[in-house]
Design a protein around this ligand. Sequence first.
Ligand SMILES: Nc1ncnc2c1ncn2[C@@H]1O[C@H](COP(=O)(O)OP(=O)(O)O)[C@@H](O)[C@H]1O
Ligand SMILES: [Mg+2]
Length: 322
Amino acid sequence: MATTTDIKFNVVAGSTPFVKSKESSGKIFKECTKKEKEFYENLSDDNSLSKLIPKFFGTAMKDGKEYIILEDLTNGYNKPNIMDIKLGLSHHDVDLEEIYSKPNDSDDPNVNFETLKQQANMSLHKELYQSWLVSKYITTPKLGFCVCGSQRYNLSSNQVEKNQKEQGRLLTEVTVKEKLYEFFSNGYEFRNDIIEPMIERLSLFKQYFENNPDYRFRSTSILFIYEGDNNSKNRCDIRLIDFTHTKLYPPHLKAHSSKLSHYKSIDINNIDDNSDATFFPIDGGYLFGITNLLKILLSLKNKLSHQQQSTQSTQNQTQPQQ
Ligand SMILES: Nc1ncnc2c1ncn2[C@@H]1O[C@H](COP(=O)(O)OP(=O)(O)O)[C@@H](O)[C@H]1O
Ligand SMILES: [Mg+2]
């Protein structure tokens, strides 16, 4: 691994050291944790998740530290606009085995769905509220996602605008929409040409989380990337990144992974008012977060087409009479 020609790499969130070198074009080196290394090493190519994450090229040592080698998702972009969105209702590791313990008297490997539901409702409320609150992001318990960081090229001011987690923590359900609108704008106009393929790609993630049989994720992000340079080829991408807290489902929960993914968002100002709330946190709210993100992107797209239609009709109305 190269040591002398490390080059600048766009990191918009997180705290783990990354290295990128000229010699290893298209690849980046992330300081490795045992769990993330194991996650990548154990993932087979035919798993439906492999198409949604960066390619993995093994590990390397540098200065006595081990790194995982990953595909650089920003490779080839001239002005990469990037947003790191952490998914889930909680960033806190809750022990699923404890919450959904397998009843002692049952030999059924799939366990009864009703039993799991009861276990969740009995034991989870207080604990989950605590972990939601420690997430520190207003949107996490409401929407199942939060914006941890972003960078965007504003072509009008000719500046790269960066946002860090401190700004992300202040976003609400309303202002997060504005932030996403801003992210998909270049200072002159909203990038309608990008939002459509992004919605298509995000739908693949929704499909994945609707039927994720294997993994229980925590603190994993969706990374949005698109080309911000008008003079470069249009391109965009979405991938899941950051698997330091990813675990396999306990076997007795696998059969229920898609059923146990429905949530109601809670009112964080009134957490005790949960009379008819039901939480099935097996996927930690990932499906909930992706569904809300999709709704927001669709509403931005529709907002724009409404605006275009009304501009069009105003223009038609003001056409001089022949
Ligand atoms: N494969 C990748 N390609 C391009 N950028 C990446 C990639 N992985 C991570 N990043 C950048 O690094 C940041 C932090 O990555 P992450 O894996 O979440 O680290 P941490 O474990 O410290 O949170 C992301 O927000 C993104 O900007
Ligand atoms: Mg991260």
